[in-house]
Design a protein around this ligand. Structure first.
Ligand code: PEP
Ligand code: MG
Length: 906
């Protein structure tokens, strides 16, 4: 084999116990290619083949098809010669054809998002050769029609003309099955298959206006470039955006000798998981089909059978299949092919031990010979992610650090998803049962098309089966129900990856896309009807069912405890009500990092008093209104401080532009006029007065406290009096008063002096004191640059990265939605900078401010309270630059704890 160092290699061969690459080369060979190489070296039987590197994909996008083909030509020819030698066949030969599979494979698995072509090399001549060689004409014609169908769909782009139409290839298959009165593809005979090849080709030629390519080399280059192209298809782009996978990674292309699961009753193919991908239980499980190729199992065209006997019995019990029926119609692989099962079982155990992680594997049996086609780290639910790691630790296969690094922080959000309310579910009616493909509870209105998932606030996507095109709709829907497909179907795998509730293979569900109806046991459901799904049991219910918050499991507590052991970064919550504070504590918050006091002013009498203040002509009027607000504000703050006893609470002074407190539509203005006892004209005039061209850059933040010091005074009183009252009750509090939107030192100085005067006066009046801090938000770029001066006046900094991103980029946080998606699509930005901190630019501002602040005060307390405080990569950045804590919404606290631990370990 070549030595990779020799030349710039674009093609890496594998097979026959040797390989140019290995599993450490995922970045270059993609996960599939790297693992095929590794399995070859391990002596596991994989069909020989080669991987074209991910870097070539990038080259392809830069220099185009013709240039890349000429760059690849020699290396591909050499690699194919090796495959031919190993298999004893010849690519392009009519007598002894070497057929190939061409598959995508990026660094991380993107199930079904990119293209695959199987049985490549078939044409009118090679089909004859294949018959002569195998003596199996049914197999040869079945292989040929599969090739035309897949090449037609994937490379030539032949598809249904409208979304209500069936896939045109499948329509042809259905027609043949109907004419012959058979149910299964595998019962089609040679005459049918032969005619079908012609029909398929006609369809391709009609839709493309070109002859179907017969030359195997033309087929090969078209397939390789189609796989490269599929890296940039809309669903792959959407998936990458969702999973934050960079475009520049590219996909590798894996070309391999075909092995055939469709050679008859002693052949088959399957997909398996070394542990349960939904629950994490250490149980080998999977599905297979006899006389089939891999696509049949995942696409759900036939109901797959279970690999293990135990799994088969469990499946039969839930599907209501009798033991006799199960044994004869749906036997397990363990019963049907015990030798193959034993080989598979040994291989799965070896692979799991080798990779120290749950594997998702694909295999094929060709006339009794066992072949492995793929192994990769399996997609799993959050619950499974935690259980598998904890079990691997207990089994002595990994250590604590590895347990933490195996967790995907953002998946933890799934655990907090709702479950059905115990009482509500008792009254609900089960209408169907399918497979528990992805756990959770979902209730919503039926939609039949992925691009209509947004039609309802809560929608359930109902499909015969899902395809990669449905990705975006699956993401929007609250749950997914499919009539066909098993636990390894596209719907099941993708839903588990997304943490979305999914019931698959509910056989009694009959979907009619044309009439937009679903029928279950003669009961008709229309688009918009409410149904509910339990992805943990596979049950489908009629109507809407009340849900409640999910309970946190012991595994969750174990992982969190472990995270706390390794993290150094503190984690606080953005919270302003007692309930939010209690949730925050439940999820492990060590304080409140941002209490936005304006959020406390919207309910009941509070908004009236704020409006009264806004409508006042002068300071006297404003003070009168604020005096009335004081006791309520004090009480609200007391509840927050009480809930966070013994912990720090950062309370931010009023920040938003005042127009946010005044209604902008006429009906609500009338209501306000009535409530306030003023004329509608007065309200309209006030709205006019408060109008600003750029309210986010206008009269807000500390500018309010400076122009209306009485607001700061009232808030200082409310905070300090609340803390003193709690002290009298024996409750210890640590208020940290935070001044927003500081751009000059003088602003901070003035507000601080005012606060201190008021606070000292209260201490004197009450004859008691409490500990408190006064600090500032750092959210204006100028503040970052003069942070050394600001630190002279501040006890702490908290980075308001929402505003800092807004002002650093010059993107209005309220209007950026109009262009950000296009910016991301065009690759101008990698991700939404309001969600994922832009480390390159905004990060520099934060670093400068941190360094300058700490140069003035070594012990300066520094945190972050913008949205980024709950985003894993941003948390890692905060750790790296030495912040003391991150603050985020209560539900994201577990994510931040885990991300902080991972940052410390990395
Ligand atoms: C910020 O700007 O990041 C911040 C936390 O403040 P707000 O979002 O309330 O402006
Ligand atoms: Mg802000």
């Amino acid at each position: 084999m070549n030595t990779p160092q020799d030349v710039k290699m674009r093609v890496y061969s594998f097979g026959d116990r040797v390989a140019d690459g290995n599993s450490a080369m995922k970045n270059l060979l993609g996960s599939k290619g790297a693992n095929l190489a590794e399995m070859s070296i391990m002596g596991i039987p994989v069909p020989p083949g080669f991987t074209i590197t991910t870097k070539t994909c990038t080259e392809y996008n830069q220099i185009g098809k013709d240039n890349v083909v000429s760059l690849l030509m020699t290396e591909v020819q050499i690699a194919i010669a090796k495959v031919e030698k190993s298999m004893g066949t010849r690519f392009g030969s009519n007598e002894n054809p070497c057929l190939l599979s061409v598959r995508s494979g990026s660094r991380v698995s993107m199930p079904g998002m990119m293209d695959t072509v199987l049985n490549l090399g078939m044409n009118d001549d090679s089909v004859k050769g294949l018959i002569a060689k195998t003596g199996n004409s049914r197999f040869a014609w079945d292989t040929y029609r599969r090739f035309v169908q897949m090449f037609g769909a994937v490379v030539l782009g032949v598809s249904a003309l409208t979304k209500e139409d069936q896939n045109p290839f499948e329509e042809i298959v259905e027609k043949y099955k109907r004419n012959r009165g058979i149910e299964l593809d595998s019962d089609l005979d040679v005459a049918d298959l032969k005619q079908m090849v012609r029909d398929f080709k006609d369809l391709c030629e009609m839709q493309t206006g070109k002859k179907f390519p017969e030359n195997p080399w033309d087929q090969l280059w078209a397939s390789i470039t189609a796989v490269f192209d599929s890296w940039m298809n809309p669903r792959a782009i959407y998936y990458r955006t969702m999973q934050q996978i960079p475009e520049e990674w590219g996909t590798a292309v894996n070309v391999q000798a075909m092995v055939f699961g469709n050679m008859g009753e002693n052949s088959g193919t399957g997909v398996a998981f070394t542990r349960n991908a939904s629950t994490g239980e250490n149980i080998f499980n999977g599905e297979y089909l006899i006389n089939a190729q891999g696509e049949d199992v995942v696409s759900g065209v036939r109901t797959p059978q279970q690999i293990t006997l135990k799994g088969s019995k469990t499946w039969a019990a839930s599907a209501g299949v009798s033991e006799i029926n199960r044994k004869t119609k749906y036997p397990s692989l363990e019963e049907l092919m015990p030798t193959t099962y034993a080989e598979l079982n040994t291989t799965q155990a070896i692979l799991e031990k080798h990779y120290n992680d749950m594997q998702d594997i694909e295999f094929t049996v060709q006339e009794g010979k066992f072949w492995m086609l793929q192994t990769r780290s399996g997609k799993r639910t959050a619950a499974a992610m935690m259980k598998i790691a904890i079990d691997l630790l207990a089994e002595g296969l990994i250590n604590e650090e590895q347990v933490l690094l195996m967790q995907e922080p953002s998946k933890l959000e799934e655990l907090l998803h709702p479950v059905f309310d115990g009482e509500a579910i008792k009254a609900a009616k089960i209408i169907a049962k399918g497979l528990p493909a992805s756990p959770g509870a979902a209730t919503g209105q039926i939609v039949f098309f992925a691009d209509e998932a947004h039609k309802y606030q809560f929608s359930i996507l109902v499909r015969v089966e899902t395809s990669p095109e449905d990705l975006e709709g699956m993401n929007i829907a609250k749950g997914i129900l499919t009539a066909r497909g098993g636990m390894t179907s596209h719907a099941a795998v993708v839903a588990r990856g997304m943490g979305k509730c999914c019931v698959s293979g509910a056989g009694s569900v009959i979907v009619n896309y044309k009439t937009r109806q679903m029928t279950i046991d003669k009961q008709v459901f229309h688009e918009g009807d409410w149904i509910s799904l339990n992805g943990t049991t596979g049950e489908v219910y009629k109507g809407k069912i009340r849900t409640k918050d999910g309970e946190l499991s012991d595994d969750f507590e174990t992982i969190m405890k472990l995270a706390d052991k390794y993290r150094v970064l503190g984690v606080r919550a953005n919270a302003e009500t007692e309930r939010e504070c209690k949730n925050a504590i439940k999820y492990g918050a060590e304080g409140v990092g941002l209490c936005r006091t304006e959020h406390m002013f919207f309910e009941g009498e509070r908004i009236m008093r704020i409006r009264e203040m806004i409508l006042s002509e002068d300071e006297t009027g404003r003070r009168k209104a604020l005096d009335k607000l004081l006791p309520i504000h004090r009480q609200d703050l007391k509840e927050v401080l009480r809930a966070m006893a013994n912990l720090p609470v950062t309370i931010r002074l009023l920040d938003p532009p005042l127009h946010e407190f005044i209604p902008h539509n006429i009906e609500n203005q009338k209501e306000m006029a009535f409530e306030m006892g003023v004329s509608i004209e007065t309200i309209k005039q006030k709205v006019q007065d408060l109008k600003e061209f750029n309210p986010m850059l206008g009269h807000r933040g500390c500018r309010l406290g400076i122009t209306y010091p009485e607001i700061t005074e009232m808030q200082a009183k409310a905070i300090i009096e609340a803390a003193l009252e709690l002290k009298a009750e024996g409750i210890k509090t640590f208020p940290e008063i935070m001044i927003p939107l500081i751009g000059t030192v003088k602003e901070l100085k003035l507000q601080k002096e005012l606060l201190k005067t008021i606070i000292d006066r209260i201490f004197e009046e009450k004859g008691d004191t409490i500990d408190y801090l006064i600090g500032t938000m750092i959210e204006i770029p100028r503040a970052c640059l003069i942070a050394d001066q600001i630190a002279e006046e501040a006890d702490f900094f908290s980075f308001g990265t929402n505003d800092l991103t807004q002002m650093g980029f010059g993107y209005s946080r309220d209007d950026a939605g109009k262009f950000l998606p296009i910016y991301i699509e065009k690759g101008i930005l990698k991700s939404d900078p309001f969600q994922v901190l832009d480390q390159e630019g905004i990060g520099q501002l934060i670093e400068i401010a941190t360094k300058k602040g700490r140069a003035t005060k070594t012990q300066l307390k520094i945190g972050i309270c913008g949205e980024h405080g709950g985003d894993p990569s941003s948390v890692e950045f905060c750790h790296t630059i030495g912040m003391d804590y991150v603050s985020c919404s209560p539900f994201r606290i577990p994510i931040a704890r885990l991300a902080a631990a991972q940052a410390a370990l990395r």
